[in-house]
Design a protein around this ligand. Sequence first.
Ligand SMILES: Cc1cc2nc3c(=O)[nH]c(=O)nc-3n(C[C@H](O)[C@H](O)[C@H](O)COP(=O)(O)OP(=O)(O)OC[C@H]3O[C@@H](n4cnc5c(N)ncnc54)[C@H](O)[C@@H]3O)c2cc1C
Length: 391
Amino acid sequence: MLTFDERDLQAHARDFADRVVRPRAAAIDLSREYPHDIVAALVREGFMGMTIPVALGGRGRSFLETALVVEEMAKACTVTARIVVEGNMGAISAIIAYGTPAQQRLAAGLVLAGDKPAICITEPAAGSDATAMTTRADRRGDRWIVNGTKHWITGAGVSKLHLIFALAFDESGRELGIGGFIAVRPAAGLEMVYREPTLGLCGMPEGRLEFRDLEVADDMALPASNGYGRGFADLINAYNSQRVGAGTVAMGIAAGALDLALAFVREREQFGRPIGEFQGLQWMLADMQTQLTASRLMLHAAARSQGPGGRFPDPALAAQAKIFASEAAIRIVNDALQCFGARGYSKDLPLERMTRDVRMFTIAGGTAQVLRTLVAGRMLGWKLPQGRGGA
Ligand SMILES: Cc1cc2nc3c(=O)[nH]c(=O)nc-3n(C[C@H](O)[C@H](O)[C@H](O)COP(=O)(O)OP(=O)(O)OC[C@H]3O[C@@H](n4cnc5c(N)ncnc54)[C@H](O)[C@@H]3O)c2cc1C
């Protein structure tokens, strides 16, 4: 049950998505350009940095409130929804939770001004097994020198704030574990060298970043509460919020597709009656709605839950919600397209774009397979056999 304030926020987000976001969605997809105009509008409406504490200029909103906004954006435009996720969850949440006051102020200032932070974990040879990363940060006096390659980095080439995960080494070459290092683009030694020609989410650059002797001042390394390995554990804890966000984007795309299908089956006539009168389609619609409702309930429960330390959603609930919602969304969008017949296959309607966009959510943010390993590990009381589930 949502509170009055949550419903109010939801209505505000729905109105904004209908007026400002939906009319731009097809053009963003076609142009493959990052929508700076939409980001400026998100800032004006207060949808960037909602989760940042009021003392740092944010609105101190919860992950559930953020999820309500994300769903409304995702019904209209997946790229916009992802900007809202990453402008409120993930890297920004990690820095706010675990950063120094100076790091928090820097990150809050950038995000509240419209920057979508980039989180840099995945490497060509270290995907699901992220702890096999080879990007390194070597301590040199009062700074760290970062070298390595990350790929599939969302926002590469447009994001300013980068949270880079690298193996840290002290001056004597002793390995300290994985730590988080904050860099702000433009920076010498931080370059996007390739943009992925993605299937969907075309207005959001996914790119390969190279770090060549990138200098990070010591006070821009995330403080490690228990050695550098602990820095990584903290990040993964924070990442559970982003998993809820990613699952919510998938669920929102599915909700948008179902809305379109419902309107169409009421109006389209064949055999002398609206096609919605045929039981074959009614049962399909009912199954779509059932999966959507289950996804929403799981995501909201995960958003409300508290994992170890109390700051972020419970890892197992977040993983289950993302697995279920991302897989259900692919089926729902596919069935919605089917309701439209040939029209669903045309680029004149958003169904084909939604079909491409929704496909990523069983991959990014921890694949559906690796998240199942995480859930089973929790059930059996075992640790993940490898890595920590991908970014
Ligand atoms: C659109 C998009 C955006 C992304 N954004 C970011 C980002 O901003 N930052 C970032 O750091 N990364 C990002 N990623 C990368 C993402 O985190 C990785 O793609 C993901 O972790 C999987 O890694 P991989 O692609 O190397 O696949 P692999 O790890 O090579 O996996 C390949 C296949 O093997 C399966 N598999 C692997 N290990 C196991 C296992 N132990 N048990 C069962 N099955 C297994 C996987 O499920 C998958 O089906 C993004 C990816 C995409 C597609």
